[in-house]
Design a protein around this ligand. Sequence first.
Ligand code: SF4
Length: 451
Amino acid sequence: MILDEEHKMRLVGKIDRMDTRETEEAVYVRIIDYKSGSTSFDLLALYYGLQLQLVVYMDAVTEMAQHHYPDKEIVPAGILYYNIADPLAEKKGQPDPEKIDAEILKKLRMNGLVNSELEVVRHLDRTIEKESDVIPVVLKDGEVQAGRSSVANRERFARLSQFVHRKLKEAGIGTYILFQETYHKESYEQLHPTGPKHDYAYHTEAMDRAMEGGIDDVGLGVLFGLELYRYEFAGLLMHAEHLEAVHGVGPHTISVPRIKRADDIDPDTFDNGIGDEIFAKLCALIRISVPYTGMIISTRESQQVRAKVIDLGVSQISGGSRTSVGGYTEELRPTDTEQFDVSDQRTLDEVVRWLMETKHIPSFCTACYRAGRTGDRFMSLCKSGQIQNCCHPNALITLKEFLEDYASAETRAIGERMIKEELLNIPKEQVRKITEEYLVKIGQGERDFRF
Ligand code: SF4
């Protein structure tokens, strides 16, 4: 999962056992996790984020199964713990082998959460009459006794999944970024004939699932050059409009990559490649159409193109990027083995200096995530322009940190001059005063100030 522009969260786990049952309309999925202790499924622990594992597993499997069975509903049948143990039966009077077996079986019964539909229950335990020996379900007169069972209907399973998404977000997700590649369904399906990304609708609705799951900010992106650019542009704007209409929050960022040379891709094989002029127009039109969004341009664009589109509204650029595996550990830039041709070869220090020389303030600010200014709260500040009262001083503060910790002497001199001049442009006296105090403290070695 992408946490923000710099951080990703990788969840790794191994599902011990998974069973599926396919019908005409649905695929039922059961997950079992083997435990050596006496782990019990506990909704309270899940609520406090201490037992997310089974729901995360079910989510991952549901996603995979949906790609595998695109026309069927994927239904959770159960998430269960099986405690691997060798239980002993208590000896009461003369041993009765049947009773001993029954007692041991009871001790081995799995615990967790089971789908409350009777048909599902009967598939999980074909011999169930009253109390199941294998799953935490009790029947009475052929009905599932919810009060004496650990069950959930489909809707409750879906809510659990959303809740766990929210918990994971609390653990550190900032903006969820996923590129669409192309909005043109046929082209998309041709590009992904098989594999986990094959399902166009599922891929396109990822942002809705993320926002329903509690992720406040999402980032869109389309790879210009795969299809006709007019089509992609319309698709991008419609996607942004849809997010605003349905979730009340438009895209936090829009990335504008276009097809460039790579080791295994020849851009000439794609007929829809766009030139610099059209690319610049697209950037300007996105800026006008979605004025509140952050626009990201990659390092794959040349210095010349970057200079042009920054003036047209691009707000985020990278510097000193490496796109090959292990590229950041190399001293020299290994351009001939990179996944993409990196057109702007300058170091971060050079990019920062260039921005300042062309009268742009480089900002390393991530204050909004850290201050909880996300989602609709962030959007209202952005749309009203009030966010500028934070962005401007935060840019100066974070630039100062960069100058102190990483900049060359030349960049530092230019930066110090810029900070001095820009301080005078902070309109509110109180904010200016606090910014000055922060800058002094940063010079003395303190870090991490923000508005
Ligand atoms: S204060 Fe401005 S620059 Fe900083 S994170 Fe928020 S929007 Fe971005």
